[in-house]
Ligand binder design. Structure first.
Ligand code: PMT
Length: 398
């Protein structure tokens, strides 16, 4: 399952470290090459000898090994790994990572890592739900690191709640899914649209909507992290692709979006239309700013082309995904769009769900496919949701 995969496991100082020898053992049994690093105080919870015996590798907990008088090349480790798993990660290390600190080897390898980084928090429930911890976790997620959420259960303090590190088998499943999705998406051409479209009224005004682009950008980043070649066609938005190798094409109006989408459609394997395309545009666009000379201003709007419907009519081998943003009769409306636009999958979000839809960091969606399978997903960050959506798509196209 993990043959030839190179994993760095980084331990921090938490009682949950006792689970890591088992995690190492599973990975090694499944063929992975595992190198282990730990913060100096993590050694209080699990002995380096245990971990080096299981991994058959030297375990580093410092920048320098006194015995060999040698410097531990953390940069090499960051470049070597196919994935880095920080487990358990404490509130302290989360805060340090989130601010880019680098005063131990775990933090130095994290900053040097070119591979995806998974992090599995472990702490007491009040620490886990503290706003500063939440903020640090969401900062890491925003940077593309992958959260392995803590679970509910009895905690070392004797309290009961969320904060227990995920079980080793669960961590292994997440990493396994990641690699299998990556092998499916690697090299695939994925076309994603994001954000609103602005339909000009005059040189300073437009008809638009509240889409921020967050959902589409999160999808594009997750897809790119999975090794796909991503083209992102985005309407006006403050979102950025950061360091991700994404081919971003900026457009303003629905007609421009249509033109760019059509240029890339034929060569795409998967198309995800998350943009909130304006259904109508002003019939006439004034060359000059419209003056407020009358009490009433009548606007005549004409219909924009339905980009997704056009793609549905054109599609050959593409897996076509649409979104539906609804306020009422959600399921019926989404199903209707699914059929009319000849889709493979529709992702329904409802403005009636708290935390879902426009301009939020979170979303709550239901996936509906050709077999009319209805899969409701729980409220989560748009980044986490993107990986779940990709997981579903990979299952469908494999
Ligand atoms: O950008 P965020 O702030 O993160 O918000 C995300 C989102 C709410 C915009 C996103 O999750 C979402 O729901 N996007 C689709 C919004 C929408 O326009 O829904 P719709 O039901 O009107 O359109 C259905 C589908 O047809 C969509 O895939 C849309 O891209 C497409 N469409 C719509 C109209 C049109 N003229 N052409 C299209 O291609």
């Amino acid at each position: 399952m993990f043959r030839d995969k190179k994993l760095v496991i980084a331990l921090c100082s938490s009682i949950a470290a006792y689970k890591i020898p088992q995690l190492v053992r599973i990975f090694v049994q499944w063929g992975a090459k595992v190198k282990i690093i730990m913060t100096p105080s993590a050694k209080d919870f699990v002995a380096p000898l245990t971990l080096s015996t299981l991994s058959k590798e030297v375990v580093w907990s410092d920048f320098y090994t006194e015995k060999n008088k040698s410097w531990n090349n953390y940069v090499e480790l960051g470049v070597w790994a196919d994935a880095m798993i920080i487990a358990p990660v404490t509130a302290n290390t989360l805060a340090k990572i989130s601010y880019g600190q680098c005063d131990n080897i775990v933090l130095a390898v994290y900053l040097s890592a070119r591979c995806p980084v998974f992090f599995a928090p472990a702490m007491d429930l009040d620490m886990y739900r503290h706003p500063s911890t939440k903020e640090n976790i969401s900062r890491l997620i925003k940077r593309g690191n992958i959260l392995i959420p803590a679970e509910k259960g009895e905690l070392a303090s004797g309290l009961f709640g969320e904060g227990r590190m995920a079980e080793p088998n669960h961590i292994v499943t997440i990493i396994k899914n990641y690699f299998s999705q990556r092998s499916i998406l690697k090299g695939k051409k994925i076309l994603i649209t994001a954000g609103p479209t602005h339909e000009a009224l005059d040189p300073v005004r437009f008809v638009g909507n509240s889409s921020s682009g967050k959902m589409g950008f999160a999808l594009a980043k997750a897809t790119s992290q999975m090794g796909a070649e991503v083209t992102l066609i985005s309407g006006p938005t403050a979102e950025s692709i950061g360091y991700h190798p994404i081919n971003q094409i900026k457009v303003v109006s629905a007609l421009e979006m249509l033109e760019k989408v059509l240029q890339h459609f034929d060569t795409s394997h998967i198309v995800i239309m998350s943009a909130a395309v304006a259904d109508y545009r002003p019939e006439n666009v004034s060359n000059q700013k419209i003056k407020k000379e009358t009490d009433v201003l009548n606007l005549r709007l004409v219909k924009n082309p339905d980009i997704l419907k056009i793609l549905g009519e054109k599609k050959s081998q593409q897996y076509l995904v649409g979104f539906a943003l609804e306020t009422n009769d959600e399921y019926q409306n989404a199903r209707k769009k699914f059929l009319e636009k000849n889709l493979d999958l529709i992702i329904l979000n409802s403005l009636r769900d708290t935390g879902a839809g426009f301009n939020k960091d979170t979303n709550k969606v239901t996936l509906i496919d050709a077999k009319n399978t209805i899969l409701p997903l729980t409220l989560k960050s748009k980044e986490e949701l993107s990986f779940e959506i990709l997981h579903y798509i990979c299952g469908a196209i494999r």
